[in-house]
Design a protein around this ligand. Structure first.
Ligand code: UDP
Length: 319
């Protein structure tokens, strides 16, 4: 039986990936500090014989006694409001934490997959963004704690790949949404959902004409699972995201409609260095992984709205 070690396993993406690996018959050793992850995301796996949870901060020295076949480094605050609240810790998780998890992969001769981000492209001049684009990141702006740490993590991952012949893969993850995002997450989808369902004004930043391309979490999990488990992809960097692009004002209106909300749209100041456009080029994922997203945005938003409805009504069954 194969064992995967997942950092950030109690987070939004980490917990969905944990479920997927359990469903595929793997053993999962799950690590989380609960800085932004939540115990309820994994509560349904308590007592499962192929699941072990360790509450731990990946920036501390990592020791795992058992053999590991695969390591997924998904720990890191990922919402702009989180990484602004924890700027130094964000940098540590994606520098020291990446170093520790790569060191563990080297010691175990395990395959390693880094959760990177479309933020490595910054506010891009090339649109859509292919993996070959080097990006346009402000190294001292408010988002730099995340962007530059992820860029450092990518460089470190490639260094381990070249120097130690480690089998590595880098997933550049574009905007993802779905159940298990937190009410207080601060990103566009959870903010708009919460505001629409509560009948509060929907806060659109700037003129709302900036774009993002939103991938439902089940599609993301499928892409990452294929990247992690396919043979012959060592050293590859692959965009995982949905190439359908929407303005944030359009997204706000769609969420208001889906939730039958009367909430007005309220325009607020655009955060500094907020990328103007973002859309993945996914030809590489199509070619290497035979993967592309299948969930239509309207359907994914309905599923997400069901989750937020339960969350806001205080239903304890919600994970
Ligand atoms: N945004 C917004 N209202 C909100 C939260 C976010 O208009 O309440 C905008 C934000 O300025 C950005 C886009 O939505 O242009 C996506 O932001 P998010 O925080 O979801 O992720 P990002 O892609 O910026 O990391």
């Amino acid at each position: 039986m194969a064992t995967v070690f997942i950092t950030g396993a109690a987070g939004f993406l980490g917990s969905h990936l944990t479920d997927r690996f359990i469903a595929e018959g793997w053993r999962v050793v799950a690590l989380d500090s609960f800085l932004t992850g939540a115990p309820e995301n994994l509560a349904h796996l308590a007592g499962h014989d192929r699941f072990r949870f360790i509450r731990y901060d990946v920036t501390q020295y990592l020791f795992v006694a058992e053999p590991l076949d695969l390591i997924l480094h998904f720990a890191c605050p990922a919402s702009p409001s989180d990484y602004l609240a924890y700027p130094i810790h964000t940098m540590k998780v994606d520098s020291i934490g990446t170093l520790h998890s790569l060191g563990l992969a080297k010691a175990k001769r395990a395959r390693y997959l880094l959760a990177s981000t479309s933020e490595v492209y910054g506010d891009p001049e090339v649109h859509p963004q292919p993996e070959s684009y080097w990006g346009r990141v402000n190294p001292i702006g408010p988002r730099s704690v995340y962007d530059e740490a992820k860029r450092f993590s990518e460089a470190l991952t490639m260094a381990y790949h070249h120097a130690h012949k480690l089998d590595t893969r880098i997933a550049r993850i574009f905007n993802v949404y779905g159940p298990r995002m937190r009410v207080q997450d601060g990103r566009a989808v959870p903010n708009f959902m919460t505001q629409a369902l509560r009948g509060e004004p929907i806060t659109v930043y700037g003129d709302g004409q900036q774009t993002r391309s939103l991938c439902f979490v089940s599609d993301l999990v499928e892409g990452v699972f294929r990247l992690a488990t396919s043979e012959g992809l060592s050293g590859e960097v692959v965009n995982i995201g949905n190439p359908e692009e929407h303005t944030m004002e359009g997204l706000a209106r769609m969420i208001a409609e889906i939730t039958s909300s009367q909430s007005p749209i309220q325009f607020r100041e655009l955060p500094l260095d907020d990328p103007r456009r973002r859309r993945p080029e996914i030809e590489k994922a199509r070619r290497l992984l035979n993967w592309e997203p299948v969930m239509p945005l309207a359907e994914g938003l309905c599923l997400t709205a069901d989750y937020f409805r339960m969350k806001l009504s205080g239903d304890s069954r919600v994970q």
